[in-house]
Design a binder for this molecule. Structure first.
Ligand SMILES: Nc1nc2c(ncn2[C@@H]2O[C@H](COP(=O)(O)OP(=O)(O)OP(=O)(O)O)[C@@H](O)[C@H]2O)c(=O)[nH]1
Length: 429
């Protein structure tokens, strides 16, 4: 038997994806989409229920609810009056997407232009009404809803696909990529229909409708989980921040100061760069508490931190060592360079009294400075040296900066200081 090329005889089989699409049943898909939307609405609603001050979740839950009712009405165009299945359905879907967009803006604490979703809803209802009851055109209605709903998806994507801190960024970009893809898909629908990709089928019964429903399902699951992930990551970041910051002054707490200082000192030692540690202690702070009350004392402490921070670079560390005592680590500075910085901080504190509602409280601080040149890169050794220098600044009259001397000189100085301290104590008595 002569050989024949089988490809010439057999008709070409469609690709596996097209075959799978052809096997899908529109009614089953519609029901699945409704169920998925319902589940995602419940999930977002549950998250919103316990959201507290969390921004965005309530908008997303409400938006999804509107989307769900809109979808349910829209897929029943054969059974329902067109005012419901076209006008109300698309109005609800537009409002739902608009609320999702407002939710994303609320999440990022951006302004809330509530008119945008309302105007978009009004626009789609008017245009669809016009092209249903005035000039009945299925194709134009299809294009109108595709452009408005697709445009809103792109607006959501543009809010999400912006630079943010990791790990929040991954969740935002995940949701943003889904919104972008689904928006582009909706915008491409009328073009694909014009190009005849729907074949002879009606717009609501052909492969384009199947693809739209599948896309909507994927977008529903992806965006709802993406939003919940965004909330989760932001809460994690807030918890992390709380665990490493002092609640009153927002400086590093003692534990994270130790951790971060250890890492910084190791880096500087490895790179052969100097580091300076400064201890700052408010002078006679007890008097401020006694005279003006603890609450005012708290405000003055925050003011002190604010004054110190104005002289710091982003890579410097500032931590609360305890009470009214703060520790600074200045990488890259030796004692020669650090002294003027310490003087500027001292001067800045003494020159800017705390003021509120006619009340003025003057404040000064004493500073002890120790540098890695003389005291090495061990955090506790540097702290000890800076603390001794601070003690000297207090003893010599406060509102001053003292450098920790190289280790060899310390003993003689300590004796002299003790004598001086005893002398001033005797004078006070
Ligand atoms: N308001 C307020 N006061 C605090 C806080 N932490 C510590 N203090 C107060 O700071 C004061 C520190 O007092 P002392 O250690 O005697 O020091 P001082 O009065 O500043 O005197 P010198 O340091 O010697 O100049 C105490 O009265 C503490 O109650 C705080 O978080 N808020």
């Amino acid at each position: 038997m002569p050989w024949t090329n089988p490809h010439k005889r057999l008709p070409r089989r469609p690709g596996i994806l097209l075959r799978m699409l052809a096997d899908l049943d529109l009614k089953t898909l519609t029901l699945s989409l409704s169920l998925v939307t319902l589940m995602m609405t419940l999930l977002l609603g549950l998250a919103a229920w316990h959201a507290g001050a969390e921004r965005g979740l309530r908008h997303w839950a409400l938006g999804n609810l509107a989307l769900m009712f809109g979808l349910m009405l829209n897929v029943n165009q054969d059974d329902l009056h067109h005012t419901l299945s076209i006008l109300l359905a698309n109005g609800l879907m537009t409002l739902g997407l608009g609320l999702v967009w407002l939710g994303i803006r609320a999440f990022f604490e951006r302004s809330q232009p509530q008119l945008v979703p309302l105007l978009a809803t009004l626009l789609i209802v008017i245009l669809l009404g016009l092209f249903r009851y005035q000039f009945d055109s299925n194709a134009v209605r299809y294009a109108i809803s595709s452009v408005i709903l697709g445009g809103l998806c792109l607006l959501c994507a543009s809010e999400l696909l912006r630079p943010t801190e990791p790990p929040l960024r991954s969740a935002c970009w995940f949701s943003g990529a889904i919104a972008l893809l689904y928006g582009l898909m909706l915008l491409a629908r009328p073009v694909a229909s014009l190009l005849g990709w729907n074949g002879a089928a009606s717009l609501l019964g052909g492969p384009l409708q199947l693809i739209t429903l599948l896309g909507a399902m994927a977008a529903q699951i992806g965006m709802a989980t993406g939003f919940i992930l965004m909330t989760h990551y932001r809460n994690l970041a807030a918890l992390h921040r709380l665990s490493e910051r002092d609640g009153l002054t927002d400086t590093l707490n003692r534990r994270s100061l130790h951790q971060q200082a250890g890492a910084l000192l190791a880096r500087m030692q490895h790179g052969g760069e100097p580091v300076t540690l400064i201890m700052v202690d408010a002078d006679h702070f007890k008097r401020i508490n006694d005279d003006f009350g603890h609450q005012t004392g708290d405000a003055v402490l925050c003011h002190l931190v604010n004054r110190i921070s104005q002289h710091l670079r982003t890579r410097d560390l500032l931590g609360r060592f305890g009470g009214e005592e703060f520790t600074l680590l200045l990488p890259g500075l030796d004692s020669e360079q650090a002294r003027p910085v310490a003087e500027r901080i001292r001067h800045g504190i003494s020159q800017a009294p705390w003021r509120l509602a006619g009340e003025t409280i003057s404040l000064t601080a004493s500073l002890g400075v120790a540098c890695s040149q003389h005291h090495g890169y061990d955090f506790n050794t540097l702290l000890g040296a800076a603390d001794a220098a601070l003690y000297r600044a207090k003893t010599l009259g406060r509102n001053r900066v003292e450098l920790a001397p190289p280790p060899g000189q310390t003993d003689q100085e300590q004796v002299a200081l003790r004598l001086l301290s005893q002398f001033s104590h005797n004078l006070d008595v």
